[in-house]
Design a protein around this ligand. Structure first.
Ligand code: PEP
Ligand code: MN
Length: 276
């Protein structure tokens, strides 16, 4: 049986997911913002700075899936309200994680895109609920998941009648310890070979190292990624989660300039080689 995620099943037409004024898959998604929503000041200031640098979407977690139950768990509803305010002030659509199927309904009232995190990739009841929500879903690859498993999780969402799935490669567990995860960029062209769904890359969780985020972002764009998701904090030293991988706004700004220039250059090559 041909699956809904397959390129063949979709008559080889690529899906573009509408989010605010952009369509991810057609337009490049530069998603940036803090790991966690910590306060109104932190979120709105960071949102303004990433927007000025060229980001077209804001990220920020209000529900955090933390390794330790004693670590900061996120602000919940208060965090969602802050994200809604940041959207109002900047015009940036918001992507935020939902970790519990029971929360999908009301989180959907605040989010433009629902994120299913790596730890929840195979939470089938969560996938079904996000499928029913009708909201675009950003589905992260599980840290020990194969491409086939990942695409089958996308299928759970598509099978509920929601065609708006964005895949996100965020690194997998390997024996390597220098990086937080091993960012598997081969998944970008691999996804495109067999699926019509757009795929974005998260080099922040994918490497966990500040110095590697820019080079891996450029590599992702060169490999055909439809977007990037990058953690930025106006003052990383103060961050309540993932402070070691948060770019300062000026670092993000330099990255954004290079990424958008590279993307434009590659687009001009495609146009030059388009059949007449
Ligand atoms: C996140 O993006 O905030 C996050 C927790 O990422 P991941 O699910 O990829 O670990
Ligand atoms: Mn994080």
């Amino acid at each position: 049986m041909n699956k809904l995620y397959s390129l063949e099943q979709n008559q080889r037409r690529r899906t573009a997911v509408p989010v605010g004024r952009i369509a991810i898959g057609q337009d490049f998604a530069l998603i940036a913002g803090p790991c966690s929503v910590e306060s109104e000041k932190q979120t709105i200031l960071t949102a303004q700075l990433v927007k000025d640098a060229g980001a077209n979407m804001l990220r920020g977690g209000a529900f955090k899936p933390r390794t330790s139950p004693y670590a900061f768990q996120g602000l919940g509803l208060k965090g969602l309200k802050i994200l809604a305010k940041a959207r109002e002030e900047t015009g940036l659509p918001v992507v935020t994680e939902v970790i519990d199927p029971r929360d999908v309904g009301w989180v959907s009232e605040y989010a433009d895109v629902l994120q299913v995190g790596a730890r929840n990739m195979q939470n089938y009841s969560l996938l079904k609920e996000t499928g029913k929500s009708g909201k675009p879903v950003l589905l992260k690859r599980g840290m020990t998941s194969t491409l086939d498993e990942w695409l089958n999780c996308a299928e759970y969402i598509l099978a509920e009648g929601n065609p708006h799935v964005i895949l996100c490669e965020r690194g997998i567990r390997t024996f390597e310890t220098y990086t937080r995860n091993t960012l598997d960029l081969s998944m970008v062209p691999a996804v495109k070979e067999i699926s019509h769904l757009p795929v974005v890359v998260d080099p922040s969780h994918g490497t966990g190292r500040l110095s590697l985020i820019e080079p891996m972002s450029l590599a992702a764009v060169a490999g055909g990624a439809d977007g990037l998701m990058i953690e930025v904090h106006y003052n990383p030293a103060e961050a309540l989660s993932d402070k070691d991988q948060a770019l300062r706004p000026e670092q993000f700004s330099r990255l954004a300039e290079k990424v958008l220039t590279l993307r434009k250059f590659l687009g001009s090559l495609d146009n030059a080689h388009a059949p007449v």
